[in-house]
Write a protein that binds this ligand. Structure first.
Ligand SMILES: *Cc1c(COP(=O)(O)O)cnc(C)c1O
Length: 501
């Protein structure tokens, strides 16, 4: 499989090149150039690692199949993901299942891609000139940061700078990042919201002068945000895995269509579901769940993507996003592979903050996707209700997905089995969990870290390994800057990559 840019103006590249570069040279995102042909999804292996190797290898041109397999086995090892299934599927009600994607080191779904991507990147780098080093810049709405730090820690030849919005992440998320160990890593807080941090990174990527001067120092700039194909691709696997579990347990018959609900921000997770469907997975509908920043829900209703609106800080901070980067990939596929058309929409978004797609494109999006939003109040209600009635603890992001799925079921005629993708451990958001479940504790003004212990005690659930003892760890990162300073301060914050040998 070769890859081309969504904006069309570049030569086709291998997966290995696409993963190293992150962004295409014309500013577009890499997408598969050839048609994806549906395989036979019911004859796939049931073991997560074997399944990943089978599904991903054909997409990873430029890598040796043995290299891919080794990377997969290392990424999804029992040390990184303790459950044997890697992503366990839990039934909480008739025809309603939760796919737990947060058993990795960062306790969020981003670990699934960010354990594999650095290994692939290191192998792609190893086949290039000896002097080159990769510098990865990441903007995070909270979870990508920690997952990327864990994934890239001590990877030879690669250094990583993570930018997070100073007031946009939960205290647990912040502490996970600021206590991170590893000499090739830096963490910087940015005054502003996620879009400011992401905008700053995009500006650095677009700054030819800066890229040149980094190039002279032997640095190749790249991204580990979901604009990188290597972030998106590994996520296809767990859609198939969930489906396999349902068939194996007799919940559905092979070939029966399933509806997936996905808490959505940058549109990366749910887009992997779109690719899974293109690969032949029987998907009835992909329910795209948004919070009060409901750009996507409005877009999928009217076809107008309008980012000119107030930004809301919600209880699901990892979805507080107005510019969903991966929408560009969906636009490319839904418009029938028209790069010039995509480029003109994105130009309008950049210049005017909005664009309107044609009815045909909107129609083909609506065939697959349905979108709605949930308020903070609804989110808390769903968290409390799911705990009370189903005995299952949801984090606020997953609760948004359930709230929107409930609305979808009420409004649309869909009696298929439903799977909700659970994107984070509830222990990453103890303040919100306590507010929903234990209001009397939450009113005591305890710290988030004290609430974490309280929730563990009251629910009897285990605290994920990566979140144990966070308050005792020494702070290792504390720099705070303005978004406009990201470029000029970059050379001061770049950590030294560990040797490629
Ligand atoms: C990143 C994130 C999301 C949004 O995922 P996208 O791929 O950006 O749409 C949702 N929930 C949690 C917990 C996340 O960390």
């Amino acid at each position: 499989m070769l890859y081309t840019s969504t904006r069309g103006d570049t030569p086709a590249v291998t997966a290995s090149q696409a993963i190293l570069q992150g962004l295409a040279p014309d500013g577009g995102l890499y997408v598969p150039r050839e048609a994806i042909t549906p395989g036979n999804p019911t004859r796939l292996p049931g073991d997560y690692r074997e399944l990943a190797a089978t599904l991903l290898t054909p997409f990873l041109s430029g890598f040796q199949p043995e290299t891919v397999k080794r990377a997969i086995y290392a990424a999804y090892s029992p040390e990184n993901f303790s459950p044997r299934e890697v992503t366990p599927l839990v039934k909480i009600a008739p025809q309603l299942h939760i796919l737990e994607l947060w058993h990795g080191p960062g306790a969020a779904f981003k670990d699934l891609a960010l354990q594999l991507l650095p290994r692939l990147m290191a192998s792609a780098l190893a086949s290039r000139s000896e002097e080159e080093q990769v510098l990865i810049l990441v903007a995070t709405s909270g979870d990508t940061g920690k997952s990327a730090l864990e994934g890239f820690r001590d990877v030879p030849g690669i250094s990583l700078v993570v930018y997070y919005p100073q007031t946009g992440v939960s205290p647990v998320q912040e502490r996970q990042m600021t206590t991170q160990e590893g000499d090739n890593l830096a963490v910087v807080a940015v005054r502003g919201n996620f879009d400011d941090a992401q905008g700053g990174v995009k500006t650095i990527f677009g700054n030819g002068q800066l890229a040149d001067s980094l190039g002279k120092k032997g640095y190749l700039l790249s991204s580990a945000n979901s604009i990188n194909w290597g972030r998106l691709l590994p996520q296809v696997v767990y859609y198939f895995f969930a489906y396999h579990c349902l068939v194996e347990r007799g919940e559905i018959t092979a070939g029966e269509a399933v509806t997936f609900a996905v808490p959505t921000g940058n549109f990366g997770n749910i887009l992997a579901g779109f690719y899974a469907r293109t690969l032949g997975l029987p998907v009835r509908r992909l329910v795209c769940a948004a919070n009060a920043n409901k750009v996507l829900a409005d877009f999928m209703g009217e076809g107008l993507y309008n980012a000119r609106r107030p930004f809301h800080r919600t209880l699901s901070p990892s979805m507080d996003i107005l510019v969903s980067s991966n929408m560009e990939r969906l636009l490319y596929h839904a418009s029938g592979d028209k790069p010039a058309q995509v480029a003109s929409w994105i130009k309008l978004l950049q210049e005017k903050g909005a664009y309107q797609v044609d009815n045909e494109t909107l129609g083909s999006i609506k065939e697959v996707f349905w979108s709605g939003h949930a308020t903070d109040e609804e989110t808390l209600k769903v968290m409390a209700g799911t705990y009370r009635e189903n005995g299952y603890l949801l984090d606020p992001h997953t609760a948004v997905a359930r709230a929107v799925l409930d609305r979808y079921v009420a409004e649309e005629d869909d009696d298929s089995t439903k799977v909700i993708l659970s994107t984070a451990s509830p222990f990453k958001f103890p303040g919100s969990v306590a507010r929903a479940l234990f209001p009397e504790e939450s009113s005591k003004a305890l710290s988030e870290f004290a609430l974490l212990e309280t929730i563990a005690r009251k629910t009897g659930l285990p605290v994920p390994r990566g979140l144990v003892g966070l308050t005792e760890k020494p702070l290792r990162h504390g720099r705070v800057i303005n978004a406009e300073e990201m470029g000029e301060t970059l050379s001061e914050v770049i950590p030294l990559p560990s040797s490629r040998r």
